[in-house]
Design a protein around this ligand. Structure first.
Ligand code: ZN
Length: 198
């Protein structure tokens, strides 16, 4: 039986769909929301629908952005011949925060994970290969050091090697299984500096 039938039940159900939010957290959030001032709730709801409506993939690196081409790709001072491959926009943001990288990015939106049925065609890999037809000096693989991240790195490296483009992998100063976005900026820039050629 649904104890909170009606509007609250619906709100809890919608919140529980979010990643990392179990039923308990969903209930806590739902009760927090209904106790919030009305205008604040409206702001929250509007932020969600507006973000969903306006955010799209950059036409070059596929990061999430509200422009056709993201700020990094449209910045003339960035080195377009150096492409860092990351799993998601959060990882790209983590590298941007180090202010130590002046190349561009390619966002895969995932990693190869056979156990979960995620293959090479389920991430933005074909899009990366297409980008390599332009003048590229180096591809830096900065996927996470999880099994999926390493599998993806290996796969990409094998794919690119025959083209003669230099392929490097960020150093494993990054803890195993560690998600890039949680690693501090110093560790990240060190991992980048100490990258090794594959
Ligand atoms: Zn871009």
């Amino acid at each position: 039986m649904d104890l909170y039938s009606g509007y609250i039940g619906r709100l809890i159900a919608e919140l529980a769909v979010l990643p990392g939010i179990g039923n308990k957290s969903a209930q806590r959030l739902a009760f927090h929301i209904i106790n919030m001032p009305k205008d604040q709730v409206e702001k929250l709801a509007d932020a969600m629908t507006s973000a969903r409506e306006h955010i799209r993939y950059c036409n070059t690196c596929y990061t999430l952005t509200d422009k056709e081409t993201c700020p990094v790709c449209s910045d003339p001072s960035r080195n377009k011949k150096q492409i860092m491959v990351v799993e998601n926009t959060r990882d790209m943001t983590a590298y941007e925060k180090t202010h130590k990288y002046d190349g561009v990015y390619h966002v895969l939106h995932g990693a190869i994970n056979p156990g979960m049925g995620i293959g090479p065609s389920d991430i933005k890999l074909a899009e990366l290969i297409k980008r390599l037809q332009s003048d590229v000096d180096e591809v830096i693989i900065a996927t996470n050091s999880s099994i999926e991240g390493e599998t993806t790195a290996m796969y990409i490296s094998k794919l690119i090697k025959p083209t003669g483009i230099k392929v490097t992998r960020i150093a494993s100063g990054v803890p195993v299984g560690g998600e890039l976005e949680y690693i501090d900026e110093v560790t990240l820039s060190r991992a980048l500096d100490a990258r090794v050629e594959l």
